[in-house]
Design a binder for this molecule. Structure first.
Ligand SMILES: Nc1ncnc2c1ncn2[C@@H]1O[C@H](COP(=O)(O)OP(=O)(O)O)[C@@H](O)[C@H]1O
Ligand SMILES: Nc1ccn([C@@H]2O[C@H](COP(=O)(O)OP(=O)(O)O)[C@@H](O)[C@H]2O)c(=O)n1
Length: 211
């Protein structure tokens, strides 16, 4: 079974994808980490994220970078949305994600373009969303717990800028797949969101079986 989980920043898609992976005992890939690793490598090598050739040069990042906590920072999130808009960066990371999605036994991936580009054939697709204020509150809390002193207003502005960049790019923009179920987590606890996600997956799978 392939499950695609997409949505904007801090909507809860990673939390849901990890919980679904545990529930269904499937491997999980946080595809945002790949773009964050490119961004961190661009920064480390002092390249220009707005130049496609520079960003492409960073796509051969060291695999150890994926475990670096710096990837979770707000600054790297912003840079990731700059490098991810380059079509050649997306092309460089495409096969790795497609292979992961289509491995034997199935997989769960979360990101922006899983249901539309990486696995349009997914058995279940979720589009996780929440209001910008709720998402900024969650991300602000998360960043504070990691020692960041960014203000709530700054985190909200950054989330809005990233939403805009991710939705406006021409290659694989952040857009809900026509056959994805919407899951608005604005007023749901983590447990309630995960339960709702499992319900959606079960309903999708039952529908597929019937027909
Ligand atoms: N339904 C929820 N209610 C409250 N906090 C949540 C909820 N879902 C996720 N979170 C918290 O919000 C933050 C962002 O969630 P995450 O799953 O990383 O989002 P995304 O992967 O969409 O960026 C995390 O700190 C997570 O624990
Ligand atoms: N499948 C994906 C995943 C992430 N991304 C980009 O990578 C950035 C960081 O993604 P992320 O999923 O780690 O970010 P959060 O939603 O966790 O804040 C996004 O803002 C997108 O620009 C993408 O373009 N396509």
């Amino acid at each position: 079974m392939i499950i695609a989980v997409d949505g904007p920043a801090a909507s809860g898609k990673g939390t849901i994808a990890k919980a679904l992976a545990r529930h269904y005992n499937l491997p999980h890939l946080d595809t945002g980490l790949l773009y964050r690793a490119v961004a961190a490598t661009v920064r480390r090598l002092e390249l220009d994220p707005s130049k496609e050739a520079d960003a492409v040069a960073a796509c051969g990042f060291d695999e150890l970078t994926l475990a670096d906590p710096v990837l979770r920072s707000d600054e790297i999130g912003q840079l990731a949305s700059v490098v991810s808009a380059h079509p050649l960066v997306r092309a460089a990371l495409l096969q790795r994600q497609k292979r992961f999605a289509h491995q034997e036994g199935g997989a769960i991936l979360d990101g922006r373009d899983i249901g539309t580009v990486i696995a349009p054939d997914a058995d279940a697709k979720l589009f996780v969303k929440a209001t910008p204020q709720v998402r900024a509150r969650r991300r602000h809390n998360e960043l504070q717990a990691r020692g960041s002193s960014l203000s709530f207003d700054r985190v909200l502005a950054d989330i809005r800028a990233r939403d805009q960049r991710d939705s406006a790019r021409s290659t694989a923009p952040l857009i809900q797949a026509a056959d994805a179920a919407t899951l608005d987590t604005s007023f749901l606890s983590i447990d309630a969101s995960v339960n709702k996600a499992i319900e959606i997956v079960e309903a999708r799978v039952a529908l597929k079986r019937r027909g």
